[in-house]
Design a binder for this molecule. Structure first.
Ligand code: C2E
Ligand code: CA
Ligand code: CA
Length: 673
């Protein structure tokens, strides 16, 4: 595409002005020249002619006192004398027949020299010829003409020299005017070009240097002032944008971008000076929960308060940046591992005290991972990765802080890889649900099954839920996973329920799932779409999950219950809640954790616990399931205690769907025999 600016011809102001000046002067100067020279010529010629007429008239007057007959000598004398002045070049008196009296030869024939002029400078003879009538004293009517020729060369050359002078003056004027304008334009042009150059520089982003342009011309000065104002507001805007680009909007702390920059600087500086420095990676605990339950407004307030507290605990030379939602990073200059741990502890102590946001009193903890330059790495990437590994390690082991050490890597690497692949695997359905039947003690018949998930990782192979569920929770993917299970497998169960209307399916639900309504909505939709009968779908929730946020759990579990979904308390006995407390929740089933069941014997401490639990649950109208039943003796004991349902390797391990259908059929056949 051709730029239209290039196609259009542009001329500078100078060229326009020069052309205009020349054009104006081309009209004005000849006119001026003509007016002056002609004016001079007219008046000087007129003067000359009237002088010539006067002179001739005087001569005619003198002659008229003479008689042609008697004073002939006198007349010739007079004429001769008139020639002596030099001014009169020619004189003669003629009658009608051109008989001439001339000073030299008396009466002669006219030599024909006389050619009367109408004005000055005619007939190219440098003489102005005129004739006037002259009367002598003779009393007759004879008229004579006095012919006079007066030298006009002086007046003509006067005129010519005046003409030349005028031409010179006007030429000089033209030159002066052109020079003057050229000078003026130069004076105007210089700042204009400077303005143009500075505008271009500004356009190229060079806005730091003041314009520094002064001009005697007010218009240019205004323009320069305005341009400088524009530059200043651009500078201001650029600074604001620069700040925005390098700072977190909420907390005003440096953001990840600026942090990386400072980190590179620290590496360069400490590398030169052979100094140490430490990186602290801080992750808030349970921040997502605050966000989800109390809303983002409260979450934001919390972050602002925490950021403020962190700044209070830092030295001037240190940096703290917000590098993620609830992740903060510190650079502590000149600090090695021991001091870094001390400072990390101090930071956590500053963060932890309770604070008020709105009408909530909150307390928030954090985990910090530490890596040290140059011991743990000499480049930014490695240092950050290792601080991250240390942070995960701290979180995993319920520690407030951990410094990096090399053995941390291998565990962490696998976890990181899993975290990376999890989302993709959910999308691609790399999960396999297995099913473990539950047996009703009263009828000795399968009454339901529990869905237990496995992950078929493309590189790592089969992964058990104990490993990937915590990662899915941490990566905020557990909701997607649970929804995937429900939308893909609920319709399969509706087939089973068609065969046995009492057969139920239990799905494990993470504490994270209980925080929002997504799971409930997706379950309701799937139940409706598959026309799954009410009461045949269970969710298993651990008592710890409920106790994390009892109020919210009561609300959510109530909604599940209202939607016809049964609630089962999983891993019962491993938490610290009492059954009396749990009665506040709409619970249908309670699963005694396998750690109490597997080694159950009459004289074990677990016997009393299991027995009491069954009795109390029955008092509250709650069914009891014992999981982890591996042998007959345990089964017999459970039966004697009145346990309602059992689940365990004694009957079946978790298996694929088709295998379970087969198992159910063969179980019925065995029963029929
Ligand atoms: P859980 O809910 O307590 O599930 C029972 C676990 O005990 C299962 O392990 C099961 O295979 C195992 N088990 C069953 N019978 C016996 C037995 O007789 N003896 C012994 N020693 N173990 C037995 P699994 O499949 O490895 O699952 C582990 C945990 O992972 C589950 O504990 C559950 O909390 C969680 N999980 C599994 N699938 C899912 C899921 O889809 N979503 C969620 N949120 N969690 C799941
Ligand atoms: Ca379970
Ligand atoms: Ca369990």
């Amino acid at each position: 595409m051709v730029d239209s600016r290039i196609q259009r011809r542009n001329f500078s102001i100078t060229s326009y002005m020069v052309v205009a000046i020349i054009l104006i002067h081309m009209v004005v100067l000849p006119f001026l020249y003509q007016t002056i020279t002609h004016g001079y010529k007219d008046s000087s010629y007129e003067q000359f002619i009237s002088h010539a007429t006067e002179v001739s008239g005087f001569l005619a007057d003198v002659l008229s006192s003479k008689s042609l007959e008697h004073d002939r000598e006198d007349i010739i004398n007079i004429l001769e004398t008139s020639l002596l002045g030099g001014n009169i070049q020619f004189v003669e008196v003629v009658d009608k027949q051109n008989k001439i009296i001339s000073p030299r030869d008396g009466i002669l024939d006219s030599p024909g020299k006389f050619r009367e002029d109408n004005g000055v400078n005619q007939n190219d003879d440098d003489i102005y010829y005129l004739s006037i009538p002259v009367y002598f004293t003779e009393k007759n009517d004879k008229v004579f003409s006095l012919r006079v020729g007066i030298d006009e060369s002086a007046i003509i050359s006067d005129y010519l020299s005046i003409r030349k002078k005028v031409a010179y003056v006007l030429g000089a004027y033209l030159l002066a005017i052109v020079l003057f304008f050229a000078a003026i334009l130069r004076v105007i042009h210089k700042p204009l070009y400077q303005l143009r150059d500075r505008s271009r520089e500004i356009a190229n982003g060079n806005i730091d240097i003041p314009l520094g342009l002064t001009s005697r011309f007010s218009e240019i000065q205004y323009l320069a002032d305005d341009l400088d104002k524009m530059r200043l507001s651009l500078l201001n805007l650029a600074e604001r944008m620069q700040y925005k680009a390098t700072h977190d909007e909420l907390t005003n702390l440096p953001n990840r971008y600026l942090f990386n920059d400072r980190l590179e600087q620290s590496i360069a500086m400490s590398g030169r000076n052979k100094n140490k420095f430490s990186i602290l990676l801080l992750d808030l605990n349970r921040f997502k929960e605050i966000n989800d339950t109390l809303g983002h407004g409260v979450g934001d307030e919390v972050l602002i308060i925490i950021a403020q507290r962190m700044l209070e605990g830092l030295r001037e030379s240190d940096t703290v940046a917000r590098i993620g939602g609830d992740e903060f990073s510190f650079i502590l200059r000149g600090v090695g591992q021991i001091l870094a741990e001390k400072m990390a502890r101090k930071i956590i102590d500053i963060i932890e005290p309770k604070f008020d946001v709105g009408n909530h009193t909150l307390k928030i903890g954090a985990s910090i991972g530490i890596s040290v330059f140059p011991d743990d790495g000499e480049d930014a990437d490695l240092l950050m990765r290792r601080a991250d590994v240390a942070m995960y390690n701290a979180k995993h082991n319920n520690l407030k802080l951990a410094s990096y050490y090399p053995e941390m890597d291998s565990d962490h690497y696998e976890n990181l890889m899993m975290a990376n692949d999890l989302k993709n695997s959910i999308v691609k359905g790399h999960f396999e649900p297995l099913f473990q039947p539950k047996i009703d003690m009263l009828t000795n018949q399968p009454c339901g099954c529990e869905l237990l998930l496995r992950w078929q990782h493309p590189n790592l192979g089969l992964i058990y839920p104990d490993k990937f569920i915590p990662i899915a929770e941490r990566e905020n993917l557990i909701g997607d996973l649970t929804c995937w299970v429900i939308s893909n497998y609920l319709h399969k169960f509706s087939e089973l329920v068609k065969i046995n209307k009492d057969f139920h399916i239990s799905i494990n639900v993470s504490p994270v799932d209980l925080l929002d309504n997504t799971l409930l909505t997706s379950m309701r939709e799937s139940v409706q779409a598959t026309q799954f009968p009410e009461g045949n779908l269970y969710i298993e929730v651990t008592e710890n999950a409920i106790m994390k946020n009892p109020l919210r759990s009561a609300e959510i579990l109530g909604s599940f219950h209202d939607a016809g979904i049964m609630v089962s308390i999983d891993d019962f006995g491993t938490g610290y809640s009492s059954l009396a407390y749990l009665q506040k929740f709409p619970i249908s089933e309670l699963k005694i954790d396998k750690s109490f069941v597997t080694d159950l014997s009459k004289d074990s401490a677990n016997f009393a616990i299991v027995n009491a639990t069954i009795t109390m649950a029955h008092d509250l109208d709650i069914l009891v399931v014992a999981e982890g039943v591996e042998d007959e003796s345990v089964l017999t004991l459970l039966k004697s205690m009145g346990c309602d349902r059992v689940q365990g390797f004694l009957y079946a391990r978790a298996m694929e769907f088709d295998a379970m259908v087969e198992w159910l059929n063969s179980y019925n056949e065995a029963d029929a025999e």
